[in-house]
Design a protein around this ligand. Structure first.
Ligand SMILES: Cc1cc2nc3c(=O)[nH]c(=O)nc-3n(C[C@H](O)[C@H](O)[C@H](O)COP(=O)(O)OP(=O)(O)OC[C@H]3O[C@@H](n4cnc5c(N)ncnc54)[C@H](O)[C@@H]3O)c2cc1C
Length: 487
């Protein structure tokens, strides 16, 4: 039976080759074994064809901002997958490219023996181009499958420019989408067939990550030409640590989320964005755990799709507040990247925001800083510097301070365009959850995206919402935070 919804699949004109040796799952962004529609779809093919599954998870060396911080997180994820796939009897081929171009030809070689190739859809960064290029080189059908959120990316017919209108769409559509969430344990549906064999010539030319390298990825990372300035952080990647963090959040923090989510000194937010970004954890799994804890079923949904933030789910205030971030705001980012060309550039901002910022482009900036001063946390503002130090050191800034962090770059950079570029650079270079649809949607928010015009009109910001460190310090406690990150 085919469970994976049509809206989540994109296929091509080529043929499935029943005589192939295996079904190939090319795992690129949904890097997990649970709640994964792509894996589920690959297993559907395996069952229909009675062919084994081969999972190929590569990590290229040349992606933008490649650094030990992100590489290590992905390799730790691979270690979890290696264990889970071995337990399930699935052949798993984790491959880390050691020099540029080393992996070229590998996907085609694996695909040449496959019945069909399944891969992940991720509408951001280099992924769409990479998949289009692969499609030209592969002889069998290549299916992309969307496991990104609760709402299929293709189920949203246009770009939504406000969270309110997007929420209203979700409130109309989710009751249907919730009927088909991905399976928690797709590996339980594997057919009983002998395991796939990785073609020996592929392994000879492209050795898989070894058990020693999984135990200690340090030497492997040292050998790679990636940005060693961006060092590893204390967080462990992978499904297992993501799940532990999720449970800690659900049991120790979620109940305080509604009233305390803006306080950086006593954080009650989940901290799950890196695991969501690398696909180690599915938002569907987070959702499934929340409805268990809330003892919820769809009979509690409100009848009317009003777009209101509270009251639609029929859950506790804390759970509704959290789901609004996890679903509305997170998936609004996927909609942006899917529907708005050049979402990563200043020019893609809404007209009103671009116009007002351009009208104030000539305003004097005092102080005015270049990238290097921001990057080195050398501004005059101790709160801003503390946030930047936290980003460099830990790959993270609490959401409330992250908004201030972004607004002040707009305030102090020499132009709004340069501010946009600086934010993309710093966010994506250092943040574990960077290079994500939410990187671009949230950076855009700094410049008015998804927001409305505010008065009074101010220098530099025009009608774009303003924030100041003084106001932030009045609203939330930051003294301890500044002390922790003073350099
Ligand atoms: C300038 C700026 C840059 C940002 N860059 C990124 C980024 O690169 N990657 C990223 O994932 N988020 C980014 N955000 C959004 C937000 O700061 C983070 O998602 C959030 O802080 C992650 O922490 P958490 O997991 O504890 O969030 P929680 O409060 O626990 O929220 C749960 C989940 O909802 C999603 N979410 C929460 N807030 C937002 C938001 N404002 N917009 C979109 N999704 C959200 C995240 O997936 C998050 O994990 C940025 C925000 C700003 C202001």
């Amino acid at each position: 039976m085919c469970r994976v919804p049509e809206l989540r699949k994109t296929t091509d004109e080529k043929r499935v080759q029943p005589a192939g040796e295996y079904v190939l799952y090319w795992m690129t962004s949904a890097r997990r074994t649970r709640y994964n529609f792509s894996l589920e779809r690959a297993i559907e093919h395996s069952r229909a064809l009675s062919k084994p599954l081969l999972v190929f998870e590569p990590l290229r060396i040349d992606y933008p901002w490649a650094a030990p911080r992100f590489h290590r997180f992905v390799i730790e994820g691979m270690q979890d997958q290696a264990r889970a796939f071995a337990d399930a009897g699935v052949t798993y081929f984790p491959f880390v490219e050691r020099h540029e171009g080393e992996g070229s030809g590998l996907l085609e070689a694996l695909a040449s023996r496959a019945c069909v190739v399944v891969t992940d859809l991720f509408p951001c960064s280099f992924y769409p181009r990479m998949i289009d290029a692969a499609r030209l080189r592969i002889q069998v059908t290549l299916e992309t499958v969307d496991s990104n959120g609760l709402m299929p990316v293709a189920g949203v017919d246009r770009h939504y420019s406000t969270a309110h209108s997007f929420r209203r769409l979700l409130q109309r559509e989710l009751p249907t989408q919730l009927l088909t969430l991905p399976l928690a344990e797709p590996l339980s549906r594997l057919p009983r067939v002998p395991a796939a064999v990785v073609p020996p010539e592929c392994l000879r030319r492209h050795p898989a990550v070894t058990a020693d390298e999984f135990r200690d990825p340090g030497p492997l990372l040292t050998e790679l030409h990636i940005d060693h300035e961006v060092s590893t952080v204390g967080l462990r990647g992978g499904e297992r640590s993501g799940r532990i963090r999720l449970e800690t959040f659900l049991h120790e923090r979620l109940s305080r989320y509604a009233e305390a989510r803006n306080h950086p000194e006593d954080p009650v937010t989940s901290g799950l964005s890196p695991w969501l970004h690398f696909g180690h954890l599915a938002s569907a799994e987070v959702f499934a755990r929340i409805i268990q804890i809330e003892d919820w079923d769809s009979s509690r949904l409100a009848q009317r799709a009003s777009g209101s933030r509270a009251g639609w789910w029929g859950m506790s205030e804390a759970a509704e507040g959290y789901l609004d971030q996890l679903i509305t705001w997170r998936e609004l980012g996927f909609n942006l990247c899917d529907r708005v060309p050049h979402y990563d550039q200043f020019e893609s901002l809404p007209d009103w925001a671009r116009r007002t910022l351009e009208e104030h482009e000539g305003d004097t900036r005092t102080p005015s800083y270049r990238l290097q001063v921001f990057e080195n946390a050398e501004t005059h503002d101790p709160l801003w510097n503390a946030a930047q130090v936290q980003l460099r050191r830990e790959g993270y800034i609490h959401n409330y301070l992250r908004m201030l962090w972004g607004k002040k770059v707009l305030h102090w950079a020499s132009s709004p365009r340069e501010a946009f570029e600086i934010l993309v650079e710093l966010n994506n270079k250092y943040a574990l959850d960077g290079r994500d649809p939410n990187s671009y949607s949230a950076i855009g928010w700094i410049f008015g995206r998804f927001d409305r015009a505010w008065g009074p009109e101010r220098p530099i910001f025009g009608k774009v919402r303003y924030m100041s460190s003084e106001n932030t310090a009045r609203k939330v406690r930051v003294r301890g935070y500044i002390r922790s990150y003073a350099e």
